[in-house]
Design a protein around this ligand. Structure first.
Ligand SMILES: [Ca+2]
Ligand SMILES: [Ca+2]
Ligand SMILES: [Ca+2]
Length: 713
């Protein structure tokens, strides 16, 4: 007795067809809310003193009929206001309608409508490669971009902020760079002159800095190439990578023009070969520390560093002292699918990730390029974490526009609070303060909208406080995996009272370990909350036999957690089998270690309150309004110490000095030779004497004009 569902289905279809619906609902069809373009009148009607025997709707019908128009009903929620349209086929310029409405006793006011010119607040750029800049607006994989267009629509483009690219030079004459170029923030440390123009090289390789600068501040709407993340900011260049680099050069670079440059974008680091343990040397470290203390009028230079491209070699950015430093914002990369690319490195000190290239089938970063040698001025092939760090630097510039007094720590906090979790396949862990972190992705994807909205409402965090444990001398053997050496240090409330730390930011561990094969050692830090950080990952290629000497690992994974409690270090030895088998006897020793906590007196409750405030700001309400938190004026920083003369001027000085010396010697010899009886002792005595007396004179003559020249340049 099963009946076919067909009759029921047909009946439903029949009943739900629009004409029938209107029949059953018994309502007249609503007229469309607009007329054809240019064929509408708006009228305001009133019953005047007449008794309200008819509704306004009926009155509108009547008035429309009298004027040769048809009523399309009340305009929105405006009582008494009606839209009347010309009947299809009739001339909208015929004068009849206007005259009738003029004279009509129930028409209070009327007007024939004009077409209003309104442009959408979405941005249109004429830059030919803008449509390909997926990292700015991904139309293929929605959401896989830095979410910046809404920020631009509110006129936040990095205005008033300068980002400096510390790299192999900057072709500032390029159309996409020149209008935003800051010569005041620029310098060339390779040639010691103020012009960071890249030099030609045998492989046409010195395009790197220009590409990074384009990502940050490429000029929009110039019909040329691309658009930068912070296209309203200024971009400077420090040329330092095109030649031998020394600790002192690095130190100069990190503080160069640090009252002009706000953000330092550094897309470079130690070798990513999976066997190097290196970072800034003493002067570089001191310059980073000085930069955050005195740069930007004391609010602190923002150092953005790339996490490194050693993924293929199992490298890890905890072995890169720039990435490990508490003074830097360490940025890793994800590809267009939001996945960690093959080249990227992971570490516990990574703050966040942003977009870059991936596998062959995935798109790379489109940006300006140098136009020298093989360069065309534009490229679709900028890759690696090198391309990620400048995007982050550009986003920081957007934050600094809305709140110029954000400190270097505020920027790190805001990144921590706003980065978003994407790839669910990786090792996300939520810490004791509710922040999610992965060694592969840091706190997650940088999101310009979230960063800028938070920056706008962010109150500066309390001053940095630190706690240092004593140096803990252990001398313990590191056992082979799965056994491990566990060392603990308890930080009491009394210990912390002195430092004032309540909640954590970075946690650092300095270790000295001897080991015949360094890459075997794996070190994990456990915070009081139980949050683990793999601060020292094993590395198959690291065969170094010297171990670690006072190497400092750091982690951001305990950010926001309460500082008090027991910290543990777990060290184990992953013995890699080698053909000779000798490694199976390779036992190392942990000689000493030290724990350093960084944080502030911010209470745990305040961390939670700030998290709530951040989410409340996401509607954009604070960006839209004139809302602002007052900024303190900043410190009076003494002017930069300029080197009186550069190596180049010294070289010229020396050459001129030598030339003058030779001339004088020749002249002297000519004068003296006729008076000498022989070429022996007398000549050399005279030579020595003249040399000593003449040198100051020659120097004085030569220096004066040269110093003058140098000052002029
Ligand atoms: Ca130069
Ligand atoms: Ca452009
Ligand atoms: Ca590396």
């Amino acid at each position: 007795m099963a009946s076919s569902p067909f009759p029921l289905f047909t009946a439903l279809l029949f009943l739900t067809s629009p004409p029938l619906l209107s029949f059953f609902i018994l309502e007249p069809p609503t007229p469309p809310p607009s007329c054809e373009p240019g064929r509408s009148w708006v009228v305001q009607l009133s019953h005047n003193s007449e008794p309200h025997e008819s509704s306004l709707d009926e009155l509108a019908e009547r008035v429309a009929l009298e004027a040769g128009l048809e009523s399309h009903g009340q305009i929105g929620q405006l009582h008494g206001h009606y839209l009347l349209c010309h009947v299809a086929g009739e001339d909208e310029n015929a004068p009849g309608a206007g005259r009738t409405l003029d004279a009509h006793p129930h028409v209070v006011w009327h007007k024939q409508e004009n077409i209003l010119r309104r442009s959408k607040r979405s941005l249109v750029f004429n830059d030919p490669k803008y449509p390909s800049q997926w990292h700015l607006h991904n139309d293929v994989r929605l959401g896989m971009d830095i979410n910046v267009t809404g920020v631009w629509e509110r006129n936040i483009t990095g205005a008033g902020v300068t980002v400096v690219v510390v790299d192999d030079g900057l072709q500032h004459t390029l159309e996409d760079i020149q209008p935003n170029y800051s010569p005041e923030g620029s310098y060339d440390l390779n040639s010691n002159d103020p012009d960071p123009m890249p030099h030609l090289d045998s492989h046409s390789d010195n395009h790197h800095g220009t590409r990074c600068a384009g990502e940050i501040a490429a000029v929009p709407n110039n019909s040329f190439c691309a658009v930068g993340v912070a296209y309203g900011s200024k971009v400077a260049g420090i040329r330092v990578l095109d030649g031998p680099l020394t600790d002192s050069m690095e130190a100069v670079a990190f503080n160069k023009h640090y009252q002009v440059n706000d953000v330092y974008s550094c897309s470079w680091g130690p070798d990513d070969d999976g066997r190097t343990v290196d970072g800034p040397h003493p002067l570089g470290q001191a310059a980073l520390q000085h930069g955050v203390a005195a740069g930007r009028k004391g609010f602190g230079s923002i150092f953005v560093v790339a996490s490194g491209n050693g993924g293929l070699y199992n490298d890890n950015c905890n072995y890169d002292g720039y990435a490990n430093s508490i003074y830097t914002v360490t940025v890793g990369a994800v590809d267009e699918n939001g996945k960690m690319p093959f080249y990227a490195e992971e570490c516990a000190s990574m703050l966040a990730v942003t977009f870059s290239s991936g596998g062959r089938q995935l798109r790379s970063i489109v940006t300006s390029d140098w136009s020298l040698q093989h360069g065309t001025g534009c490229t679709e092939g900028h890759t690696g974490t090198s391309a990620a760090a400048p995007l982050a630097a550009g986003m920081v510039a957007l934050m600094l526009q809305v709140r110029p007094c954000l400190t270097w720590r505020d920027v790190q906090h805001i990144i921590t609070y706003t980065a978003t979790q994407y790839d669910t396949d990786v090792d996300w862990e939520t810490n004791g303060a509710g922040f999610h972190h992965s060694h592969k992705h840091g706190f997650g994807l940088l999101n310009a909208w979230r960063l800028v909205n938070t920056a706008k409402v962010w109150e500066t965090v309390p001053v940095l406080a630190s706690y240092h444990s004593p140096v803990l001398r252990e001398g313990e053997i590191i056992p082979a995996f799965p056994k491990k050496l566990i060392l603990s240090w308890n930080v009491t409330a009394v210990d912390l009272k002195q430092s004032g730390i309540k909640t954590l930011e970075h946690v650092a561990v300095t270790v000295t370990i001897t080991h015949p094969r360094r890459g075997n050692v794996e070190t994990v830090l456990v915070c009081p909350s139980g949050m683990t950080s793999l601060i020292g990952a094993k590395r198959a290629l690291d065969t170094d036999t010297t171990g670690f000497t006072d190497w400092t690992f750091s982690t951001v994974r305990c950010w926001g957690e309460q500082a008090v409690g027991q910290y543990s270090l777990h060290v184990t030895d992953h013995i890699f089998s080698s053909p000779s088998g000798e490694d199976s006897f390779s036992l190392g020793t942990l000689k000493r270690w030290k724990l350093t906590l960084y944080g502030s007196e911010m209470s745990f409750q305040e961390v939670l309150d700030r998290k709530r405030l951040v989410e409340e700001s996401m509607s954009g309400q604070f960006l839209n309004s004139n809302f602002s938190i007052p900024c303190p004026p900043g410190l009076d920083i003494p002017p930069e110490v300029e080197i009186p003369f550069t190596f180049n001027t010294l070289k010229i000085l020396l050459l001129l000095g030598c030339f003058a010396l030779c001339c004088s010697l020749y002249y002297m010899l000519e004068l003296m030779l006729p008076h000498l009886h022989g070429p022996g002792r007398g000549a050399s005595a005279a030579k020595d004497g003249q040399f000593l007396e003449m040198q100051p004179d020659i120097d004085l003559e030569a220096k004066t004009p040269l110093i003058g020249n140098d000052d002029d340049t």
